[in-house]
Design a protein around this ligand. Structure first.
Ligand code: 13P
Length: 341
């Protein structure tokens, strides 16, 4: 890799990894945003998607807690009410614009119950277009369901290979890759089972990244926290989640990686914030930043306040600001639940 590409990657990392700040994920694909809108009684149109994302990004002051935002590719070409391209709205606030580049998942052949994400064909060419639109980092998500048989060894290996090939192409094109292996919360598995699966998954991801010569200093890892399944009868305490999550990360993630930004994965906004805070309290001198890259846990209260109506715009922005602030504090271990009131 040439010097100028390395400098470009380092500059992006420096802008993205800032103490007490995290990433706003607003990269829902068209079917996913339609689902989110349906839940608030709104019909998804291209214009409503634009209006909603414009509302999120123009929230005054979020840059105090948000250093990067992940966009869906269509959003890169959209404009705010005043005509400013949405990536430019973010960049002017010092928020680095990024883009989700995977094309969603399909069943993985010969690994019943496992899935694999598509989108490598033409990735370098697409990245060049996204760069011209202002994106500086990318995101790719692989998904792992937990059952008695899943994920299989084949599933773990194949998904790791995909993440590594994506990350290598990104770095070659001057994009910082967010590497997202999501172990799903669905099911009735125990915390211990999630720990075991997460360890195997992240271990395989880093082996593959190494094999593909991905430079660890220029990636961001976006894992799920280690949690018992949603259907499991016993809920884990903050301390148990923090300890299990830290155990997995210490065993698997090289110290050269600058930042680990968790996804929220179906936790409530309050849980996602409290767990992040507990992780930072338990491990204050971690070699990596421990922050957030939440979609639902940042947006849900804002989405509900907005309800698809422009007159609710400022109420929605207040909700987003509040959650961004609380998560900003949690990412440096300075949150407490009293602040929810
Ligand atoms: P959630 O925080 O809603 O799990 O979404 C994270 C994500 O992957 C979007 O980029």
């Amino acid at each position: 890799m040439n010097r100028s590409t390395k400098d470009e990657l380092q500059a992006t990392i420096t802008d993205m990894v800032v103490p007490c700040k995290g990433i706003l994920a607003a990269d829902e694909s068209s079917p996913t945003i339609a689902k989110r809108f349906a839940a608030i009684g709104a019909t998804s149109t291209v214009e409503l998607q634009r209006a909603y994302r414009s509302l999120l990004f123009t929230t005054s002051g979020i840059e105090k807690f948000i250093s990067g935002a992940i966009l869906f590719e269509d959003t890169l070409g959209q404009i705010a009410e005043d005509g400013t391209p949405l990536p430019e709205v973010l960049a002017r606030k010092g928020i680095v614009p990024g883009v989700k580049v995977d094309k969603g998942k399909i069943p993985l052949a010969n690994a019943s119950g496992d899935e694999i994400t598509q989108g490598l064909d033409g990735l370098a060419e697409r990245l060049r277009i996204y760069k011209a639109q202002g994106a500086r980092f990318a995101k790719w998500r692989e998904v792992y369901s937990i059952s008695e048989q899943n994920p299989t060894i084949l599933g773990i290996e194949a998904n790791a290979e995909m993440l590594a090939r994506y990350a290598a192409v990104c770095q070659e094109e001057g994009f910082v890759p967010i590497v997202e292996p999501e172990v799903l919360i669905d099911g009735n598995h125990t915390l211990e089972r999630c720990l075991e699966v997460s360890e195997a998954v992240i271990h395989a991801v880093f082996q593959a990244l190494h094999r593909h010569r991905v430079i660890m200093e220029y990636i961001v890892l976006k894992p799920s926290m280690v949690l018992p399944g949603k259907e499991h009868p016993v809920k884990a305490s903050l301390e148990q989640v923090a300890a299990a999550t830290i155990t997995v990360l210490r065993r698997t993630v090289p110290a050269a990686v600058p930042s680990i930004n968790f996804l929220s994965g179906g936790q409530s906004p309050e849980e996602a914030t409290a767990n992040l805070n507990a992780i930072n309290i338990l491990f204050p001198n971690a070699p990596w930043a421990l922050s957030f890259s939440y979609a639902r846990a940042l947006q849900q209260p804002a989405l509900q306040a907005w309800a698809g109506k422009s007159e609710n715009g400022s109420a929605a922005q207040q909700m987003l600001y509040h959650r961004a602030q609380l998560n900003g504090w949690a990412s440096c271990g300075k949150y407490n639940s009293e602040l929810e009131k």
